[in-house]
Design a protein around this ligand. Sequence first.
Ligand SMILES: [Fe+2]
Ligand SMILES: [Fe+2]
Ligand SMILES: [Fe+2]
Length: 488
Amino acid sequence: MTIKMAVLTDLHASAQAVGDRRGDWAEVLLLRAVHRINRWIKPDVTLVLGDLINDTQVDVARYGGMRETLELLDSPVIILPGNHDVAPDSFYKYMPGGDVTEDIAGCRFVSFLDEQTPGFNARRSVEDIARLRDARQGWNGPIVALQHVPLIPPDSGEIPYSYDNAEEVVAAMKHAGVNLTISGHYHEGWDLFERDGIWYLVAPGLCESPFTFLEVLLDGSDVRVNRHDLRLPEQYRLVDRHIHTQLAYCSENITVERTAELAELFGLAGFALAEHSDQLYCAQDTWNKKQYLYDGFDAVNPQESRVEQYFSLAKNAGIPRQSIGLEAESTYKEPLLVRDQDRARCGFLIGAVHQLRELKKQQTPSVERAIDDFLSQTQQVINAGVDILAHPFRIFRRRGLERPESIYEPVVKMLRDASVAAELNFHTNDPPIEFVRLCLAAGVKLAFGSDAHNMYEVGEFWPQIQLLRQAGYNGDFSDILWQGPSDR
Ligand SMILES: [Fe+2]
Ligand SMILES: [Fe+2]
Ligand SMILES: [Fe+2]
């Protein structure tokens, strides 16, 4: 039986960056990690190994937000304080937990909140060493020991921090038959190694680039580690082609100004805005009614437009014209809800089919008619001269309908004939791998779009990269990704 753990540590939340520590983004880093863990890693337990905040004098108020984010985790979570946190008795007023022994998924987790000693080292108390020795009592399964400060045998590595009484602690672990011990604190981390039957691991700090957390798999006496960097590998030169702004009614916390900073933090080579055209043309009430879907601009009062606001927002943030686009809505009147003068100001257009007449019916819609409707709306959008087709087939998933595989090929053909790129977008969506394979085979360009409505989503392309690997693509991303408005 394999026990899967997600390990994250050393967030150092703070108002400002402190050297390489980007605690100023700790909340966003944590949220991004939590979403990736929930959706893709699905561990049995998540371990948070301390230093959640940077400075107990000024950052204590940050615990509230961190706790809210940690509570989003689907898995059970074990949270330990570090030397930058408040003392343990106060810490567990801010954070859930505090049990020193927890049995989860057939594994015993023993946690230690050791006293700090000079030089940012630690010492384990006599009582806690006794508790560690006794950890095996009444337990046949694997045991994982957790602490903030790196715990490795004294002569096994050049880590600048250690336990004053490491030898005694290691002896107690041997006595108890501990399988694995995991620490934090040393932000560079230390690779997994085994010594006398015990595996040792020091997880890197989430607050320092490339913003890493670990996936740890414990299977009997075997341990494996997968690294997860929140920052994209530089050499991929990835561009996020689909980011929303504070003008979206469905925006959660995204702002144009912070997007630029985040793009840099997460290693994007560039980013582009693509605000919903219908939301910009319509006041919220008008937008909610969705009458524009049938009547196009006849159902839209020009006085309500916020398009000017959008373009000046982008311009004021220093975003170049070629990176300011629109996610243009298909309608049954105009092929796209975009006015000519606004299209002329856009660097690119993403065409989206968000609504289908057939799927809006109250009674059970006919899947056959929905497919016809989808294909004709998609063709219309593609013919209207867009650069990218937004999240192909998402509409079926949203309505809880099986995606009809038979329509992948016709859509690929439409895209190829018109040189329009297909978007790989995981926002409430799972692009079908078969469709991706067909696009690759037909030479249809792909575009990575996070569809970010929340800052943590900006440039979160881990799923896209995995999908392309699963689809068998091992080449250079620049050969298959849409390269911008000149790439037509
Ligand atoms: Fe730390
Ligand atoms: Fe620390
Ligand atoms: Fe979008």
